[in-house]
Write a protein that binds this ligand. Structure first.
Ligand code: 5AD
Ligand code: SF4
Length: 440
């Protein structure tokens, strides 16, 4: 043991769960800690600080944190100065309770307190005391600079935080607080700075980008237009959209700026049944949703859609579930992300009395995937022999990997790495998740 390398005194390791917002927050935490002389490391055994950036959107979140912390028991015994903390949505949701439930933990840092992390961590270390910092900042405007250590070809930029929609199944309004948008100029400046560091593609991030509202400078369509016109970025994506706020103005901007704005839209439907949608507080009916889809394909005939679906929401009958199945015949979703409903703390739906049995949820999820898989194979076939513009992100063993404007992952053989370049590729074989082709 004696000869083994000691973990760096200021080594910090962050493990990340959940959505892109968390991935972005992890990057921010690493950047802030690096500025405070910490050293990001790539495995827990090299670290003297471990942070679990947690997610509580679905299933057993506290349990996941507890079992990860448990894996660090040996390290903690070996290095008593090792500090372990929790960030992200579980931290926000559980706050001090986490310290009680998981005695090995040293600190909890809320979703709105990331910028205070270096201070909190230094206090934890110097005072050797446990700390909880998990308060929402209800006062100040949302103004941050995107912090990314080594941006690659594609990067994320937060445009808004929080959510005011209170869908009855969703914990996000409780773990991320009220919705706030950054100013349009701040986002534009950020994107331009990233392009100067070699970034070619940005994904604008928000829980509900369509409700982006920058005091006096306009809505999401204006922001998209500004990022497209006022920066040198080559490709722009965004996520996530809310169908209720998705409007024609946005379709028009996507259309008129299609040299940069990618024709891929993630449009979570959640259910195909109007009654269930009402109980979910989604603010649209099946028919409203289908109208939005029509509007999108009218303005953007080449758009590719993906969606999120929840099966087994309280009160979902077999007939209601079949409405979700039949939606797949009506809307061409190239990808679906589907989940069994799981009750979340604080949410309204968790208190609904007509919960669906676990086995029924499981069966429905399987039926949904089976149906979509069959369709997705057919959709994929449509790509064969087509030529797509691929922005190359990786090169390994003579194979380039990149994505089309429609967010399809494409692999092709090449002598040159082409990283950061756009290459025209003819597709030879196509499967739902990946396409293979050759340079033309
Ligand atoms: N149960 C199951 N799925 C959920 N999602 C959000 N909350 C829940 C929940 N309580 C899904 C929704 C959302 C995606 C990010 O996660 O489909 O769009
Ligand atoms: Fe959750 Fe609904 Fe807000 Fe999305 S829009 S984050 S599902 S409350």
């Amino acid at each position: 043991m004696e000869n083994e390398a000691q973990p760096e005194l200021k080594g910090v390791y962050i493990s990340t769960y959940g959505c892109q917002m968390n991935v972005n927050d992890t990057e921010r935490m690493y950047s802030l800690l690096e500025m405070d002389n910490y050293t990001p490391v790539t495995s827990a055994d090299q670290a003297r600080t471990i942070i679990i950036n947690s997610c509580s959107v679905r299933e057993k979140p506290v349990h996941k944190v507890r079992s990860e912390v448990g894996r660090y028991r040996k390290l903690k015994d070996q290095y008593p100065d090792l500090k372990i903390g929790v960030a992200g949505c579980v931290a926000q949701q559980e706050k001090a309770k986490l310290l009680k439930d998981i005695p090995m933990l040293d600190f909890v840092i809320g979703t709105d307190n990331i910028d205070e992390l270096p201070k909190v961590l230094n206090e934890v270390k110097s005072e050797n005391e446990k700390k909880v910092q998990a308060k929402f900042d209800h006062q100040s405007a949302y103004s941050v600079e995107t912090l990314i250590r080594n941006p690659g070809i594609a990067s994320f930029v937060n445009i808004a935080k929080g959510c005011d929609n209170f869908c009855t199944f969703c914990v996000v309004p409780f773990t991320r607080g009220r919705e706030r948008s950054r100013t349009l100029q701040e986002v534009v400046a950020d994107v331009q700075k990233l392009t100067e560091r070699g970034v070619k593609e940005v994904t604008l991030l928000g829980q509900n980008v369509n409700s982006y509202l920058s005091s006096c400078e306009g809505n999401f369509a204006h922001l998209l237009k500004a990022v497209s016109e006022q920066t040198d970025i080559e490709r722009i994506r965004y996520t996530t959209s809310h169908p209720k706020d998705f409007n024609e103005e946005l379709v028009d901007v996507m259309n008129s700026h299609n040299a940069k704005v990618c024709e891929y839209i993630h449009l979570p439907v959640q259910s195909g049944n109007t009654e269930i949608l009402a109980r979910m507080n989604r603010g649209y009916s099946r028919e409203d949703y289908l109208k939005k889809v029509d509007m999108i394909f009218k303005g953007l005939p080449n758009a590719v859609l993906s969606t999120d679906i929840i099966v087994g929401f309280p009160g979902e009958t077999e007939a209601a579930f079949e409405d979700t199945l039949s939606l797949l015949d009506e809307v061409r979703y190239e990808t679906i992300y589907a989940f069994k409903y799981s009750p979340r703390p604080f949410t309204k739906a968790a208190r609904f009395t007509d919960q669906v049995p676990e086995q029924v949820k499981k069966d429905r999820l399987q039926r949904l995937f089976d149906k979509h898989n069959a369709l997705a194979f057919d959709y994929a076939k449509d790509y064969e022999n087509k030529v797509l513009e691929i922005l190359v992100e990786e090169f390994n063993d003579g194979v380039c990997r990149g994505r089309s404007t429609q967010n399809k992952v494409v692999h092709f053989k090449s002598d040159l790495p082409h990283i950061g370049e756009k290459v025209m590729v003819k597709i030879n074989t196509a499967f739902p998740q990946t396409l293979r082709g050759e340079k033309v």
